[in-house]
Design a protein around this ligand. Structure first.
Ligand SMILES: *[C@@H]1O[C@H](CO)[C@@H](O)[C@H](O)[C@H]1NC(C)=O
Ligand SMILES: *[C@@H]1O[C@H](CO)[C@@H](O)[C@H](O)[C@H]1NC(C)=O
Length: 451
């Protein structure tokens, strides 16, 4: 709950926001499930814009299913669900993309939780680090790659069947699970048989910003003013009312978990600590003092849902929300829009000189908060919290009438737009879209971030 605790891991947390709280959102998010995001499906839920030509695709993907971001005292859950992701590490030299004789081309890491380790009793069981991508998460993100391959490679022929690494720009956060999620996405997007022979032609670069200057998630460490605004949110009526109305649920969950008197754990609902049990069909947990008292699925989902509020609400409620958005997601919106502009301006040159496309496909492998903060700007207020392996997809099209438009898909469907955007996101005029998102980009970040 405290700002300083907002390590990425904690941000990435959270929960099953009840699908659509406004009546109209309810329908389009009816199949929402925190444990499994939805991507568009070729020939089923996905259709190209009729008569239009696709120029660019930017995919933001939340990592797949993961373990809790912290170990609750007394949590002895057997998380034996992390053996797979560790098997997918490939290495290439930074300079020339060749595997040098001094490098190991394939390796495997293994998280060991064994009784030989004297500290092991304070940790859960199994083979998982905190906040690690699980086998399920690994499979989920691979499936996103396969699903999008069916659209952008097979159906639209927008990308070549055999990998051309120049067509892909990939970025992940510095966190292990988003890197692995990117790796697994690419495994589904360009399976081995669709990669050219020879290391030179088949290496994909995973770009990562240093943690202290990461822009894919809210970065209060880099922006002091943002830290102050965020802290301040916890003193607002919006937050205090939320806390009060969820106090009974929090007490109940924490009583069963046995942490009602454990400082730092007893002021949050611990949705993050228990939701992975639910998503992986593990025992949800019973009180050690009264074994007849057990967590129900409904309580777990509710605790998770409510937990997301502290991350989504600061961008949506109270008078500071607009400024929070600017300082939080502005830096990433700059990246997103600059890249679209680079693609479209190359288009006019290309017509003249036939030059190569500029970053036709981008993947941003990130966190729930990454997707949510972008949605807080462009979408209707009550979008559900980004589920595991969910995607927000930006497509830049040129219509039959030669107009450039942006389409945005979330949970496999066109996102209902923020009314201030003054367009619909099935085909928003490019200039309208870019002008709007760029209005959130700080023009003097040093001044705006100073306390
Ligand atoms: C739902 O959509 C209708 C029109 O389709 C609109 O009049 C109404 O205001 C919308 N309700 C909400 C809560 O957005
Ligand atoms: C958390 O535990 C501390 C220490 O036992 C206690 O003083 C505090 O009142 C508890 N807070 C809540 C919200 O239960």
């Amino acid at each position: 709950m405290h700002f300083l605790k907002i390590s990425l891991a904690v941000v990435a947390v959270l929960a099953a926001q009840v699908a659509g709280q406004s009546s109209n959102s309810t329908n389009i998010y009816a199949n929402y499930n925190y444990c499994q995001g939805i991507s568009p499906i070729a020939h089923k839920t996905y259709a190209p814009i009729k008569g239009a030509k696709l120029h660019k695709v930017q995919v933001m993907m939340r990592h797949g299913d993961r373990t809790p971001s912290y170990v609750l005292p007394g949590d002895h859950t057997d998380y034996d669900i992390c053996s797979q992701p560790a098997e997918f590490n490939f290495m290439a030299n930074n300079q020339n993309s060749k595997i040098a004789s001094t490098q190991s081309p394939f390796l495997r890491s293994n998280i060991l939780v064994s009784d030989e380790n004297l500290f092991a009793p304070t940790y859960w069981r199994g083979n998982c680090e905190v906040g690690q991508l699980t086998n399920k998460g690994s499979q989920q993100t691979k499936e996103v790659g396969q699903t999008l391959r069916a659209i952008y490679v097979d159906e639209l022929k927008f990308l070549s069947s055999t990998l051309d690494p120049d067509d892909l720009y990939v970025r992940n956060t510095y966190v292990w699970r988003t890197k692995e999620s990117a790796e697994r996405f690419l495994d589904g997007f360009y399976p081995l048989k669709h990669r050219p022979h020879g290391v030179d032609a088949s290496v994909i670069t995973l770009n990562t910003y240093p943690q202290s200057i990461e822009t894919l998630i809210m970065n209060p460490g880099a922006c002091e003013r943002l830290a102050i605004l965020y802290e301040g949110f916890f003193k607002t009526p919006t937050y205090l009312n939320y806390y009060k109305s969820n106090y009974a649920l929090m007490t109940k969950v924490n009583t069963i978990l046995g942490v009602t008197n454990v400082p730092t754990y007893n002021t949050t609902m611990n949705g993050d600590a228990v939701m992975p049990r639910y998503c992986n069909k593990l025992p949800l947990g019973c009180s050690t003092t009264d074994p007849s008292q057990c967590l129900t699925a409904q309580e777990v989902v509710q605790a998770m849902t409510e937990s997301t509020f502290m991350y989504s609400a600061v961008l949506r409620y109270e008078s500071t929300a607009e400024e929070v958005k600017r300082l939080s997601v502005g830096p990433f919106l700059k990246t997103l829009s600059s890249s679209i502009r680079a693609t479209t301006s190359a288009l006019t040159k290309k017509q003249r000189h036939g030059t190569k496309r500029v970053r036709p496909f981008e993947l941003y492998s990130a966190h729930d908060q990454s997707l949510d903060q972008v949605l807080s700007v462009i979408a209707e207020k009550l979008t559900p919290w980004p589920a595991y392996a969910s995607t927000v997809i930006f497509e830049t099209w040129e219509t039959a009438a030669k107009k450039l438009v942006i389409r945005v898909l979330y949970e496999g469907k066109v996102v209902p737009a923020n009314p201030n955007l003054k367009c619909t996101l099935d085909a928003c005029p490019l200039d309208v879209f870019l002008d709007f998102v760029e209005s959130y980009v700080p023009t003097d970040i040093t001044a705006e971030c100073s306390a």
